[in-house]
Design a protein around this ligand. Sequence first.
Ligand SMILES: [Zn+2]
Length: 444
Amino acid sequence: MDSGEYWNPVLETLPREKMQRFQLEKFKKILNWAYENSPFYRNLYKEAGLEPGDIKTLDDIGNVPKTEKSMLREAQGVDPYPYGTILSVPLEQVTEYRQTSGTTGQPVYHPETWQDWEWSAESWAYALYAYGYRNTDRVFLPFGYSVNIAFWAGHYAAEKIGCEVVPGGVLDTEARILKMKELKATAFMATPTYILGMAETARKKLGINPAKDLYIRKITAAGEPGACVPATKKRMEEAWGAKVYDQVGATEIGHWGFECQAQAGLHVLEAFHLVEIEDIETGAAITEPGKKGSMVVTTFDRFAHPCIRFDSKDIIEWNPTEKCECGRTFRRLKGGVVGRADDITKVKGVLLAPTAIEEVVRDIPELGDEYEVVVIKKGDIDDITLKVEIAPDFKPNVKAVEPKLIQQLRLKTGLRYNLEFHDYGTLPRYAVKAKRFKDLRHKE
Ligand SMILES: [Zn+2]
């Protein structure tokens, strides 16, 4: 891969009208590709009576049917296995397997061709360059590399810029901190929860003050919203004596937004993605600042598994549009991703749907129907307690149930819980709308 500069003055400072023309052409290209090569998309558009040639202006894009996660999931699992009818290249061209880290049932499988993968790393490289990553940086990755996409692209992007990359996956937290110290690493990438957790471990277990004793000057925060929450960002920056930059993305979409060094809102990576905002109730397009809505996103130039008008359910809002002091004209969002349109929430960097917990609890006959989940911050780490009841027909034999519950929760939600077993009938009952999921993390 090339090493070098990821500042494209032509694309990144295009006047709005030119950027819109650029995006329209890119949109038409991927739409046409999907129509020609993916049975899923061809059926979707035929049913809506839409031909790619119908799209002539940016306003026409609003007529293209949206997609959402459940549709991607339904289209997979058949030939070409396992990607199914969305796959838009011959299976032989797929070089990488990824999957989403979501927790409601099946993950979404994500194929990449080598060309798509280069594109993913490239989009990250623009973001890292905007944070100030250069070939003089030594970048530490305190993250276990797996089937999930997280930080793989960050690794390759840092290499593209010419940084020296240290993969710290299999080490535990203390060993990672010591390695960062030993090597005088200058940057790292992690979830906000882990960024704070590492700082706490350094202080409490190793007597290391990251802000004074380590050499980290910039941190890429991804995977959960912390870096767009001002209080959390401040805490991270103070703990590490470093700048923390918010980066947003998802497996199906790619990395679509980043903060520049001005830290004045989240730039949409408009050369790689079209981001639309829709009113959550009416579906009307929101094109001006002042109103929050749900993100609908299209990814350009990623061809194996096209992402076209994907309803991401992220809640976002346009920033007032004065030019950013960094010089980029990519539109900015106010405060990044500020929430989710549905009730799925992130705990310890993992997407958690309360329904996944419900599924586990109600699948174990020894447990009652009621349960309660309480998420708090213990120090800087998310801490989850699950309260359950032993069903009246079973003796309160906690020892028999506990291992099954732990195993199923781990399998279905990927998380560990503090478990509390209560007598039957003692947890709150709800008549209409249950409040079984109590997220108490953001109370200050
Ligand atoms: Zn900027």
